[in-house]
Write a new protein. Structure first.
Length: 376
């Protein structure tokens, strides 16, 4: 949802004249459009089934998005050039259609804000650990299941258990200092509240244009994430076992009964329908809207498949089981991994710049429709 948030926020704060297509803008904001954990969720549906579902859901959501784009043109004898999708819903279904579309749009935006908060807390927590270890010259030895070698991969949640709420590491150094650090730097007890002090003032800003300018950094994040996954896969190699007669712990199923979970995740992952009309207004050549929309979905879908397949296939199994893959695959790299640290910095900064846009969109849509004024 973040790419549509940026463009709609810009259009609300002033005219925007895009020089490129939506495909370029969408792919530049890919790391914000979908959180890192969704890249590798496809394995939970089965390896082949997950890839097939990803393509099918991409085609389905693309068709629905295409129908939304064409919806204004089906209304006769009315100037719909300034209409948004809620206006189209109001034309066909009355006030019920308008308010229901607003409700579902707000649900997706608020849900995205919650997910972003959890991810930012995760990235900030691991970033703080890396900085603390580096500054204090702490020698870290992982006390959890992991592989050996220079490209270490860890299993924070063995046996699909809940991850522990404390650092699973042995620190060879000042024990008292580390205990104080662990007390004040907890992933669930303190770090999420530290974000309040940073993000609360940003949520009060009236114009989101400043944060939308940082959207271009999404291009670098995409390039870095793809490069990171490619480099890790080249070093670790592929580990896929489709032979059921061998050790079942390392068996890779082609199908899982939990595949419906992936369809729900992908529905949100490809969801841009509530603001696609606004986004395409910035396209210089309106005749290329369908083409650019198709290219955007193709680029995003291919990126999901590439990152998901590479992370899953290169995960070292054996010795670790594929069930050790975390929802956020960056958590499978130890806190002192410099490449993962840089990736977290990229994503943390990107999410901190787009979070005020999400809040701005919630305020605009809710207060604008209820009171008729964004600042009543």
């Amino acid at each position: 949802t973040s790419i549509c948030d940026a463009h709609r926020a810009l259009s609300l704060s002033g005219p925007v004249r895009g020089r490129g297509g939506v495909a370029r803008d969408w792919i530049s904001s890919l790391p914000l459009f979908l959180a890192p954990e969704h890249f590798i969720e496809e394995w939970e549906a089965g390896f082949t089934t997950g890839v097939c579902i990803l393509f099918l859901m991409g085609l389905l959501t693309l068709y629905c998005c295409y129908r939304v784009v064409k919806s204004r043109g089906t209304i006769p004898l009315t100037d719909t050039s300034s209409w948004e999708f809620p206006d189209v819903c109001r034309y066909y279904f009355g006030s019920f259609g308008q308010w229901s579309s607003l409700l579902f749009s707000l649900v997706s935006l608020v849900g995205a804000m919650i997910v972003y908060w959890v991810l930012m807390s995760n990235f900030l927590f691991n970033t703080g650990k890396f900085v603390y270890n580096y500054v204090n010259d702490v020698n870290v030895t992982e006390a959890i299941v992991s592989t050996n070698g220079t490209d270490k991969v860890i299993c924070p949640s063995p046996d699909n258990g809940k991850p522990l709420n404390r650092s699973l590491e042995i620190y060879l150094g000042n024990g008292t200092g580390f205990e104080q650090f662990e007390l004040w730097w907890s992933k669930t007890n303190t770090v999420p509240f530290y974000l309040v002090a940073v993000l609360l003032p940003l949520l009060g800003l009236r114009s989101p244009a400043f944060f939308a300018k940082f959207n271009v950094l999404g291009t670098f994040s995409v390039i870095y994430l793809v490069s990171l996954v490619t480099l890790k896969a080249a070093r670790l190699g592929f580990h896929l076992n489709f032979n059921f007669s061998q050790v079942q712990e390392f068996f890779v199923p082609e199908f899982r009964a939990s595949f419906p979970q992936l369809t729900g995740i992908l529905t949100l992952a490809f969801f841009i329908h509530n603001c696609i009309i606004t986004l395409l207004k910035n396209n210089r050549n309106q005749n290329n809207n369908v083409r650019d929309l198709s290219i955007a979905y193709l680029l995003v879908g291919l990126t999901y498949v590439y990152v998901g397949v590479m992370v899953f296939a290169s995960f070292p199994s054996p010795p670790l089981a594929k069930q050790c893959i975390e929802e956020n695959f960056l958590d499978n790299y130890p806190s002192n991994d410099i490449l993962a640290f840089i990736a977290r910095i990229f994503l943390l900064f990107q999410m901190m710049t787009v979070y005020p846009l999400l809040g701005y969109l919630v305020r605009v849509q809710l207060l604008g429709h209820v009171f008729g004024d964004v600042y009543p």
